[in-house]
Design a protein around this ligand. Structure first.
Ligand SMILES: NC(=O)c1ccc[n+]([C@@H]2O[C@H](COP(=O)([O-])OP(=O)(O)OC[C@H]3O[C@@H](n4cnc5c(N)ncnc54)[C@H](O)[C@@H]3O)[C@@H](O)[C@H]2O)c1
Length: 284
């Protein structure tokens, strides 16, 4: 039996941003393994669709409309889940948005949304759920969505890159806090390479500068052509989490190459290295 089938065969999974893409894929996989999945998304209709897919396949799931960037909504979610189920075995802080545009052109509202969803969303998830998980005394697994972008530099995606560097650091420190306190909570940094999701869809770019649209379209097309199938990637993620790995990859070779570049950059203290991709799809 694969280890994820043993570790995630029951209990409650809470997944943010689970109406689409990786979150939806993780929710379907957790449901198929036997967990009760709390499918949360800011988009209630898409959360309901994920729930329908899980229940149609014979699984158990509940939809909740939650905006991860609002602390009170995450507190309410944690309260509701613990009142209803008394435990959480798997928490995935997945919700995130991409933001494209030159740093100085991205409007304040889009900067704030990017930081509040991608960074604070993860922090609120941990702050709201971890005290209750600790009080339950049960073993649990937490996965925070990092990215290969957490290890490099990408002009035109500065807002996004900043958030992924931050989440990566957050997960590293959180892992050590669990170790220092000998808590039975496994922390993983989930590092997708490129998966065929909706993150670069044109609608998701509302509020970005107009000059960003070509870069966004090029990324969208690249993902459609080269992105990994979502279900395949999410199966890999839950297997590695079940093994208790901190590093969880969809494309280990891509991660390794980007991390090696980061190590060279830091060790030699050279100026930032332009990724080939950046020149091809530069923002005007
Ligand atoms: N797709 C990739 O290749 C890739 C690569 C690296 C990292 N990631 C990360 O994976 C995560 C999921 O992205 P995806 O590619 O599946 O994107 P996606 O756009 O397909 O799905 C993101 C989901 O998050 C939801 N969401 C957005 N704002 C929210 C909010 N405020 N509160 C709650 N939900 C909200 C959206 O409604 C959507 O359902 C993100 O954190 C992203 O940065 C993705």
């Amino acid at each position: 039996m694969a280890r994820d089938a043993a570790v995630f065969k029951d209990g409650v999974a809470v997944i943010t941003g689970a109406g689409s893409g990786i979150g939806a894929g993780l929710a379907r996989r957790a449901g198929a393994l036997g967990m009760t999945v709390i499918v949360t998304d800011v988009n209630a209709a898409s959360a309901a669709q994920t729930v329908a897919a899980i229940t149609a396949a014979g699984g158990k799931a509940e939809a909740e409309r939650v905006d991860v960037s609002i602390p009170e909504e995450m507190d309410r979610l944690a309260e509701l889940v613990f009142a209803r189920h008394g435990e959480v075995r798997l928490l995935i802080n997945n919700a995130g948005i991409e933001t494209v545009g030159n740093t100085w052109e991205v409007p304040t509202a889009r900067w704030e949304a990017t930081l509040n969803i991608n960074i604070h969303g993860v922090i609120h998830g941990v702050r709201a759920f971890v005290p209750r998980i600790i009080a339950s005394g049960k073993e649990a697994w937490i996965g925070n969505l990092s990215s290969v972008g957490a290890f490099g530099q990408m002009p035109g995606q500065t807002a996004y890159t900043v958030t992924k560097h931050a989440v990566q650091a957050f997960s590293e420190c959180l892992y050590l806090e669990m170790e220092l306190k000998s808590l039975p909570i496994h922390v993983s940094s989930i590092v997708p390479g490129m998966m065929r999701t909706n993150i670069f869809n044109a609608e998701a770019g509302a509020g970005e500068p107009a000059s960003a649209s070509g870069h966004r379209r090029a990324m969208f097309e690249m993902m459609r052509e080269h992105g990994m199938d979502i279900d395949e990637g999410c199966r890999l993620f839950l297997e590695q989490m079940a093994d208790g790995q901190f590093w969880v990859h969809s494309h280990p070779d891509m991660s390794e190459e980007i991390i090696a570049g980061r190590i060279r950059f830091l060790q030699d203290q050279i100026p930032p290295i332009m990724p080939d991709l950046a020149r091809q799809i530069a923002v005007d």
